[in-house]
Write a protein that binds this ligand. Structure first.
Ligand code: B1M
Length: 209
């Protein structure tokens, strides 16, 4: 197979052997971010489709996710970094009940490489932990990620909690993850949140916001 297709296959098949050599070869021709966006994410998309249609079982999805993480970790040192520092602090979390963190960790990498201080507190984080971290690190922004449909409801509850605690105006919120839609965030949630809430379709939109 040509290199790009081979790498995509490695994600789909959860095949780690030879991964790093292929990535190094790809890096000689293309920037790291392009490899992630055009090739590796295409593989994850296929995994999602296969799983969704019952053609792939969960342990294999997990293997694919592990290979994806290894690939991103291998590429990360090769990513462009801006010299600017201290642009602001964002607390980043996957919301309560949700373990998906590949997208969140990509957001972490992209923001960190572009001069933001990212406090990534991990997966399955209740709103209290997110708010504690925001307070402790004097965050300028809170970022929440979630891929499950039920996470979109949790995000709404989290915003309501910020309202109730009178913290909404202090914390603009960025939301991302595959189960969200722009309309849900920027129309429905916009109406209930007393602060600013925005939807980021991908890590770059997160950076722009
Ligand atoms: Co899960 N899973 N999964 N899974 N999984 C989905 C989300 C699903 C859509 C698959 C499917 O059915 N087709 C489905 C959800 C269905 C639903 O809710 N209606 C699903 C399910 C059902 C489940 C379980 C319930 C399965 C089970 O146990 N029976 C279970 C849930 C466990 C839990 O959370 N409590 C589960 C478990 C897992 C694994 C552990 C095996 C693994 C996760 C491993 C890990 O993350 N460490 C996994 C995976 C890999 C997936 C799919 C296949 C791929 C997700 C992924 O990593 N994509 C996924 C299918 C899909 O998404 N279509 C699926 C690549 C990643 C880069 O994209 O995270 O969307 P994403 O991030 C993007 C943007 O969304 C955005 O930027 C990124 C790209 O630039 N973004 C942000 C994300 N967060 C952001 C935050 C921002 C800004 C942008 O600012 C704050």
């Amino acid at each position: 197979l040509p290199l790009g297709e081979r790498l995509e296959r490695r994600i789909v098949d959860g095949e780690r052997q030879g991964l790093e050599a292929d990535l190094d070869e790809a890096l000689r021709a293309r920037p790291a971010l392009e490899i992630i966006n055009d090739t590796l994410l295409a593989g994850m998309k296929t995994v999602g489709e296969l799983f969704g249609s019952g053609q792939m079982q969960l342990p294999f999805v997990l293997q694919s996710a592990e290979v994806m993480k290894t690939a991103v970790a291998h590429l990360e040192p090769h990513m462009e970094k801006s010299d600017a520092d201290g642009k602001g602090t964002i607390v980043l979390a996957t919301v309560k009940g949700d373990v998906h963190d590949i997208g969140k960790n990509l957001v972490d990498i992209i923001l960190s490489n572009n001069g933001y201080n990212v406090v990534n507190i991990g997966i399955k984080q209740p709103v209290s932990a997110i708010l504690d971290a925001a307070e402790e690190h004097k965050a300028d922004v809170i970022g929440m990620s979630g891929l499950l449909v039920k996470s979109t409801v949790i995000m709404k509850e989290n915003l309501e909690e910020l309202n109730q605690r009178g913290l909404a105006t202090g914390y603009p919120v960025i939301l991302g993850g595959a189960a969200l839609t722009r309309a849900y965030v920027e129309e429905d949630l916009y109406d209930i949140y007393a602060g600013e809430v925005r939807y980021a379709r991908d890590a770059f939109e997160g950076l722009r916001l």
